[in-house]
Ligand binder design. Structure first.
Ligand code: LLP
Length: 456
């Protein structure tokens, strides 16, 4: 197979994926220059040498561009709709600040994310607090800060929130998260809108609970929220879920209550391999079609769509090992850095950064990390050139659910994070040192103080 194959490729069921050129063509912030693969105008070799590997690299231009594309598509519909970036996709302070400066609000699911959003300059009123298990302390802190909206996921949570708000002498603006029982057609681990999932309130209970909320002290119900899953690649599930929302709005109004806000969730998919997700324009037109006539403020909570394609994981080949049956390319990144392939069987494009490797013959290789688990595999039978020790490759589309899902498994410190803007790059999170990784470790008193390590 020629590495220069473009869109057309043979699919042999081995998930070999699109060719290098085709991957590049769909990612405008990446280019192949004489010195190799570059993010915007910064060659990745400069980052690998300057900052070491593994390192997450984000294109500020791509993040801003994608945010603007989404905002433009929404405003073209004439709807009153606001983007609340879902911090869970990538909570780096620089990423959130960049989006805050573009005008994004935030969707947060923990006190930590709420505080990051605030640090990044997002007003409390522009924050929605979602999540199925918010603690009393988290709700208290959110209310004390004047958080714009709390998305409540159960009658139990509503009662708890009412008690807290009343004790603080404040009123919580609440949206009820409805579970529309719609199959988003995504990976089972990231679908959230089915009746069997832990999320939200059954649609059948929503009107009664809304009426109940309206009567509770400390609670002001303002609307409904829905989020059906992530990496959604067709519009049908959105249409179905928003249809449920629209019917509920009518029913709640008919029961004599006001509904002024609808949070339409996130979930819009991106093309990792050969998926063809809906465009923001197509998504926006479904919003308009299903919810346009309701005279409510709309919000959406995208995460992956905005930041996913804008990031990559830069990693160096530790060694290339010829196994009995397979060639293994062993990287210095592992499942503790990028968990998605191990956890979801996710496909990520892998591009060598050296131009010569783009011209070399390809043969199948398993791309793995050094962690002591067979699940520490990024790709199986992937057509790749010879990649001897020292070569650097980029794992694509890891701007969302990449660094945020990292751990220090195998006592591997967290990787550095770098942001590129035009010709400049800057570290936005230092590589974790061994000392920082272990800073919280203490011995119990009965083991006494640490002894100096034995000489032999
Ligand atoms: N809003 C709520 C309430 C959510 O639960 C999520 C994601 C989002 C918004 C943002 O969804 P997005 O637009 O990013 O799809 N770790 C998984 C994805 C988990 C998504 C969880 N909820 C992955 O790597 O694919």
């Amino acid at each position: 197979m020629s590495p220069l194959d473009t869109i057309a490729r043979e699919k042999q069921g081995d998930r070999s994926g699109p060719g290098f050129r085709s991957l590049l063509a769909q990612r405008p912030h990446l280019t192949l220059t004489a010195v190799g693969l570059a993010v915007e105008a910064v060659p990745l070799i400069r980052i690998a040498v300057g900052h070491g590997t593994p390192t997450w690299v984000y294109s500020a231009g791509a993040i801003s561009h994608r945010y603007r594309m989404m905002a433009t598509a929404l405003s073209a519909t004439g709807l009153d709709v606001r983007i609340h970036y879902a911090l869970k996709a990538n909570d780096a302070l620089a990423v959130v600040t960049l989006l805050a400066r573009q005008g994004a609000g935030a969707d947060v699911v923990s006190d930590g994310e709420r505080r990051i959003a605030r640090q990044a300059g997002i007003a409390a009123k522009d924050i929605m607090f979602s999540g199925v298990g918010k603690t009393e302390a988290e709700l208290r802190a959110a209310l004390a800060d004047g958080t714009g909206q709390i998305n409540v996921e159960s009658g139990e949570e509503l009662a708890m929130l009412s008690g807290i708000a009343r004790s603080m002498g404040v009123t919580a603006r609440v949206a009820l998260r409805v579970n529309p029982d719609v199959d988003a057609g995504t990976h089972e681990k990231i679908t959230t809108g089915l009746a069997e999932n832990k999320f939200g309130i059954p649609a059948a209970d929503a009107v009664a609970l809304y009426s109940h909320a309206a009567a509770l002290p400390g609670i002001s119900p303002v609307g409904l929220a829905v989020h059906i899953g992530s990496q959604i690649t067709s519009l049908a599930p959105y249409r179905a879920a928003y249809g449920v929302l629209a019917e509920l709005v009518q029913a709640i109004r008919a029961a004599g209550h006001t509904v002024t806000a609808l949070d339409c969730g996130g979930g819009l998919g991106i093309s990792y391999e050969d998926e063809e997700p809906p465009t923001p324009q197509a998504f926006a037109s479904v919003l308009k079609e299903t919810l346009g006539g309701l005279d409510v403020k709309l919000a959406i909570e995208p995460g992956r769509w905005i930041v996913g394609p804008a990031g990559l994981l830069l990693t160096r080949v530790v060694m290339q090992k010829q196994g009995e049956q397979r060639r293994f390319v062993i990287l210095d990144a592992a499942m503790n850095d990028l968990l998605r392939p191990s956890l979801y069987g996710a496909w990520h494009g892998i591009l060598p950064i050296t131009p010569a490797r783009w011209r070399a013959a390809l043969s199948p290789a398993d791309v793995v990390g050094p962690v002591c688990e067979s699940g520490d595999t990024f790709a199986t039978a992937r057509p790749l050139p010879d990649l001897p020790a020292g070569e650097v490759v980029a794992l694509l589309d890891t701007g969302a659910y990449g660094a945020v899902m990292s751990s220090t498994y195998n006592a591997r410190p967290l990787a550095a994070q770098v942001m590129v803007s035009g010709t400049v790059d800057a570290v936005i999170r230092q590589r974790q040192s061994f000392e920082a990784m272990r800073a919280s470790d203490v011995l119990p008193p009965w083991l006494g103080p640490l002894l100096p390590p034995p000489r032999h």
